[in-house]
Design a protein around this ligand. Structure first.
Ligand code: NAD
Ligand code: TDX
Length: 333
C-alpha cells in the first residue's frame, strides 16, 4: 500500500509513519516542516527503509503538488494542521488557511483521482463537558467548538462529510483525545512541563488547573487510525480514546513526582480565554466494530517513558525551547 501522509513530520504523523513502515507500507510524507516538525525523524526512517519512505517538503495548500502526490498513492492519511490552541488565539486566520483550505485541497485531489481518504481530527470539535459528570463524547455529540483551532478542525470535518455525501468519496474520520508521547512539541502541556524541569524551572498551570483532558498514548491513537484505514466503514466517524481522564493538576503533580520534585512545585499562570473544561471519549464504537483497544493504559508509566525520551533527545527540543517560552510568556503563560 502506498500512503500519502500529510503532516508526517509532526508529532502524531511521524509516529504513524514509523508504524506504517513497520506494517509494510510505502510512505510519502508531505510536510511543510513548520516549527512543530522534526524532519530528522523521517530522514532516519528513510535510511532504515530504503526505497519505502520519501519526504516531500511542501504545503497541502499547493494544489498542483498535492494532485501529483495523490495520483501516485493508494490512500491519503491527513494529519497536517496547525495544532496549538494558544497559537490559534493569536493568529486565527493561519488556522483557517491550513486546516480548512488545506483539507479542501486534499479532498479535491482525492476526488479527482478516486482515492481513499482518512481525516485525522480531534475531540475538541465537540466543545467541552461539565466537570465531574458521567457524560462523554460519542459519534453522535453535536459540534460545538470553542477556539479558532477547534472551529477550524470542525469545519474540516464538515468538508469531509460533505465530500462523502455529495461526491461519494471513500473517506473516514477519526476524532481523538489528547495525545502524549515522544516528539510532541514543547508548547504542549506534558512536554512543556517535562522540559521546564529539565532546564531547572517549574511547570506552569493555567487557571485553576482543574480542567480535565482524556490522555492517550500516541501509538494507541495511531493503531486506531490504522484499523479505521484498513477496516473502517466508508463515510463513518470513529472516536478514539483510552479512558485516560486526568486533571491538569494531576498531570503536573505526576511529572513533578516522577522527576524527583515535590508534587506541588509549580507556578500558577493566567487562564486561556475560552478554555475548555473537560474532554472525555466514549470509544465503544471502534472497540466493538474494529476490536481496537489501547495497550498503554497506565498514564504514569507512559509519562515516565516520555520523560526518558525528552532526557535523551535534547538535541531535538532544546533549539525549539527558548523561542517557545518567549512566545508563551509574552502571552501571559
Ligand atoms: P503537530 O503540530 O505536531 O504537527 C503538524 C504537522 O503538520 C507539522 O509537521 C507541520 O510541519 C505540518 N504542517 C503544518 N502546516 C502544513 C501545511 N500547510 N502543509 C503541510 N504540512 C503542514 O500536530 P500533531 O499534534 O501531530 O497533530 C496532528 C493531527 O492530529 C492534527 O490534525 C491535529 O488536529 C490532530 N489531533 C491532535 C491531537 C493531539 O493531542 N496532539 C489530538 C487529536 C487530533
Ligand atoms: O503550560 C501549560 N499549562 C497548562 O496548564 C500548557 C501548555 C497547557 N496547560 C493546560 C491547557 C489545557 O487545559 O493543559 C491542557 C492541555 O493543553 P495543550 O497541551 O495546549 O492541549 P489542548 O489545548 O488540550 O489541545 C490538545 O489536545 C487536542 C492538542 O494541542 C490539540 O492539537 C488536540 O486536538
Amino acid at each position: 500500500m502506498r500512503l500519502l501522509v500529510t503532516g508526517g513530520a509532526g508529532f502524531i504523523g511521524s509516529d504513524f509513519t514509523s508504524m506504517a513502515l513497520r506494517e509494510g507500507a510505502h510512505v510519502t510524507v508531505l510536510d511543510l516542516l513548520t516549527y512543530a516538525s522534526g524532519a530528522q525523524f523521517i530522514e532516519a526512517e528513510a535510511n532504515a527503509f530504503p526505497g519505502r519512505c520519501d519526504l516531500v517538503r511542501g504545503s497541502i495548500l499547493d494544489a498542483k503538488l498535492v494532485s501529483a502526490l495523490v495520483k501516485e498513492s493508494d490512500a491519503i492519511v491527513h494529519f497536517a494542521a496547525e495544532s496549538h490552541n494558544d497559537n490559534s488565539l493569536q493568529d486565527p486566520t493561519l488556522f483557517v488557511h491550513t486546516n480548512v483550505d488545506g483539507t479542501a485541497v486534499l479532498l479535491e485531489a482525492a476526488r479527482e483521482h478516486g482515492k481513499r481518504f482518512h481525516h485525522v481530527s480531534t475531540d475538541e470539535v465537540y466543545g467541552d463537558l461539565p466537570l465531574n459528570a458521567p457524560t462523554k463524547f460519542s459519534e453522535h455529540s453535536p459540534y460545538r467548538p470553542s477556539s479558532p483551532y477547534s472551529a477550524s478542525k470542525a469545519a474540516a470535518d464538515h468538508l469531509v462529510r460533505a465530500w462523502v455525501r455529495s461526491f461519494g468519496l471513500n473517506a473516514t474520520i477519526s476524532n481523538c483525545s489528547n495525545n502524549y508521547g515522544p516528539r510532541q512539541h514543547v508548547e504542549k502541556l506534558i512536554p512543556r512541563a517535562i522540559t521546564e524541569r529539565l532546564q531547572g524551572r517549574r511547570p506552569r498551570v493555567y487557571g485553576t488547573g482543574k480542567n480535565v483532558r482524556d490522555w492517550i498514548h500516541v501509538r494507541d491513537h495511531n493503531r486506531g487510525i490504522w484499523d479505521v484505514l484498513l477496516r473502517g466503514r466508508a463515510g463513518h466517524t470513529y472516536l478514539i480514546g483510552a479512558d485516560g481522564e486526568a486533571s491538569n493538576l494531576d498531570v503536573i503533580r505526576m511529572i513533578n513526582e516522577l522527576m524527583g520534585y515535590p508534587a506541588n512545585d509549580f507556578e500558577w499562570v493566567q487562564d486561556r480565554p475560552g478554555h475548555d473544561l473537560r474532554y472525555a471519549i466514549d470509544a465503544s464504537k471502534i472497540r466493538a466494530e474494529l476490536g481496537w483497544k489501547p495497550l498503554q493504559t497506565d498514564l504514569r508509566e507512559g509519562i515516565a517513558q516520555t520523560i526518558n525520551w525528552y532526557e535523551e533527545n535534547r538535541a531535538w527540543w532544546e533549539p525549539k525551547k527558548a523561542a517557545t517560552e518567549a512566545r508563551l510568556s509574552k502571552w501571559g503563560y
